[in-house]
Design a protein. Structure first.
Length: 107
């Protein structure tokens, strides 16, 4: 197989992974946002990533939410945990007016 063909197939694989990961991340975050009473979703592409941002009226009080495992008895927290594990970068901004989570998935 030629080097150019390998590169094209590798790039296709990365785009496919970004699309699948993006679908899962949107499902996790929209599910959590729906519990907070609705949300907005923005999706765009950057030079080397698919970027998704979900914003809602909920507030996340734990500054390490999604960065440490949850217990078997926890009622939530798994979506953000999986989001952190699947994405290249997760940015979380939370305050009295709500929360925005922006994720970057490499293409």
């Amino acid at each position: 197989m030629s080097t150019d063909r390998c590169r094209r197939e590798s790039a296709r694989g990365r785009r496919r992974r970004a699309a699948v990961d993006g679908d899962l991340v949107v499902a996790f975050e929209l599910g959590d946002a729906a519990k907070a009473g609705g949300c907005t979703l923005h999706v765009w592409t950057a030079a080397d990533a698919l970027v998704l941002q979900v914003a809602d009226g909920g507030v996340i009080r734990d500054p390490l939410a999604g960065r440490r495992p949850v217990t078997v008895h926890s009622e939530g927290g798994r979506g953000l945990l999986l989001t952190h594990r699947m994405c290249d970068l997760v940015e979380l901004c939370t305050g009295p007016s709500g929360t925005a989570i922006r994720v970057h998935i490499g293409r």
